[in-house]
Design a binder for this molecule. Sequence first.
Ligand SMILES: [Zn+2]
Length: 182
Amino acid sequence: MARWAELKSQGIKRFGEVGAWAFDKWKMLNDTFFNGESKPGAIIWGQTPQGKSLGYYHVSENLIYLNKNLMRPVYPTNDFKWGIQHLNKKIAGDVLLHEMIHQRVNQTGGWVGETSHNNERFVDEVNRIARLLGMDIKAKVIKQKRTRDKSIWHVEPGYLTLKELSDFPYSSRTDNYYYGHP
Ligand SMILES: [Zn+2]
């Protein structure tokens, strides 16, 4: 994959070891969850465009942003330090996997629906990847339900909420998954 190697060396120039880590992790996740079929794009460490989110996928540029605040030994604390030794690799790996689901959906025809998380394509990927991760969860597109005078978003019992869909897979990890050594 010549393109991947080229992007990785640019990532190392800009971000050092965490740049290299992101590309190696991307390749591993691509082989494990996407048959090695996703097309690589740049992975940028910095502020995500929306500020608050831990990751972001830029559709038209095939670009993944990872929030530099992922470099905290135990999340969440305030003592952010730049460097691979401060990276919580478990959280960062899950954030990267989430963005790679958006990447996958967009590289295989895109989505039609309510939002980039609440649509058939994204939900199908969540179910597929949850099975591979051994997670006992189910996802389904959340639809509006009409009551007498208004419509409400109705989550069927046993299915992921919109927030859980938007934060998959980190929303669905066991409570202590992220603690201890990354
Ligand atoms: Zn998302």
